[in-house]
Design a protein around this ligand. Structure first.
Ligand SMILES: O=C(O)c1ccc[n+]([C@@H]2O[C@H](COP(=O)([O-])O)[C@@H](O)[C@H]2O)c1
Ligand SMILES: Cc1cc2nc[nH]c2cc1C
Length: 368
């Protein structure tokens, strides 16, 4: 395969650095946080989140507008190799469940006021009769990367651009915060191999139980994926897009394009579990500034996620043992993002509330 290039439409829009040279915003943001009526740093990770939101939006008074959760679904050829306890048909069946409002992500989006958008990025079964599912198919599932590249170069580019196009529309409609989820039987295999080839982390650290493999199933998955990696000596460690085309999935490529574009448009990007993080890893290898726009919502119970988060330098908000996907971690963490923005905009300052800012040293001196 010839190396994939960055010459597509997608990468014509650069991701802006969060802090432009000469900007005084970071100091002003820190001052605004530090003058709220609380001990310095006492709101912990919420303070980091508030700071990040200000820098993403380039303002001291950020707002969350038209929050969306986008779930990309696709089928995977590798699922035919016995790497998941569930049959591939579950992908399409779950998309029908999303459309009917009955999945976990529907419940949590309703609970927290997020608009859910479901994208058919490449499901094998026919979903054209299902209302409310956007048809952005690039193909009817990928090929098995045990035998050949999952996608062609052209398919991969098409998927990246399809993901970006969805974000262009959300942005045009006034959305400035978007969470990302996925559905695809077999996709923890793609994510594990991408983590392995992009970071050099031993494959055994990257491969996990997915939807619930037992010990024997896990050993089989590891053996299949080791064979698959060995079957692609042409893949170059310095070409993330080639890795994505070879081992990825249509939903993973659309996620990669969508997250890249959301960052380029200065949207706040909410990152879900293992598979969404693997898509982000590809985007971050192409453009590391993407990460400045990302809120890591959850640490998945999938074994490799710990290593993936470490490779991204990420500290997730929640650790609940989730291993569902669908964007559930994003929906559950969204109230924390709201709280970060709310404390920044609504809390009194020491000055406005007439609260003393006396330091510990001053108090000690007074007491003497
Ligand atoms: O998001 C995660 O961390 C996560 C961890 C394990 C499984 N999943 C979900 O389970 C499916 C993939 O699992 P598997 O075993 O078929 O590879 C896919 O639909 C994902 O949404 C998701
Ligand atoms: C039932 C089911 C629901 C899911 N949601 C995301 N991945 C999933 C995998 C399965 C098997």
């Amino acid at each position: 395969m010839t190396p994939l290039s960055l010459g597509s439409d997608l990468f014509a829009v650069p991701v802006p650095p969060l802090v432009p040279a000469g900007s005084t915003l970071p100091a002003a943001v820190q001052h605004r946080i530090d003058t709220k009526t609380k001990p310095l740093g006492a709101l912990g990770q919420l303070e980091d989140l508030a700071r990040q939101t200000c820098l993403v939006q380039q303002t001291l008074t950020p707002t969350l507008q038209r929050p969306h959760l986008v779930v990309f679904a696709a089928d995977h050829g590798i699922a035919a190799e016995g790497v998941s306890p569930y049959p591939a048909e579950v992908t399409g069946q779950m998309v029908r469940n999303f459309a009917a409002g009955g999945a976990a992500i529907n419940v949590f989006c309703r609970q927290h006021g997020l608009t859910l958008q479901v994208i058919n990025a490449g499901v094998a079964s026919d979903l054209t009769d299902v209302p409310g599912v956007r048809d952005a198919r690039v193909g009817a599932g990928t090929r098995s990367f045990l035998h050949q590249a999952a996608m062609s170069e052209a398919e991969c580019q098409q998927a990246l651009n399809a993901g970006a196009a969805i974000i262009n529309e959300l942005h045009a409609a006034g959305c400035n915060v978007v969470g990302f989820g996925e559905m695809g039987i077999g996709n923890t295999s793609s994510a594990a191999v991408l983590l392995h080839v992009l970071t050099g982390q031993p494959l055994a650290h990257c491969v996990g139980r997915g939807t619930g493999l037992d010990d024997a199933g896990l050993q089989r998955k590891l053996a299949v994926l080791a064979q698959a990696v060995a079957a692609h000596p042409e893949v170059s460690a310095s070409n993330p897009l080639q890795m994505l085309a070879t081992f990825g999935g249509f939903e993973i490529a659309q996620l990669c394009g969508a997250m890249y574009r959301a960052a380029a448009l200065r949207m706040l990007v909410l990152v879900d579990g293992f598979i969404v993080s693997a898509a982000l890893l590809v985007a971050a290898r192409l453009e590391p500034t993407v990460l400045d726009y990302c809120v890591f919502c959850t640490q998945s119970a999938e074994a490799g996620h710990r290593h993936l988060l470490a490779a991204l330098g990420a500290r997730p908000l929640l650790q609940l043992g989730l291993r569902l996907g669908e964007g559930t971690g994003c929906a559950l963490a969204y109230p924390l993002v709201q709280s970060a923005v709310a404390f920044l905009n609504e809390m009194a300052s020491f000055e406005s509330a007439g609260v003393s800012t006396a330091t510990a040293e001053a108090s000690a001196a007074e007491a003497r």
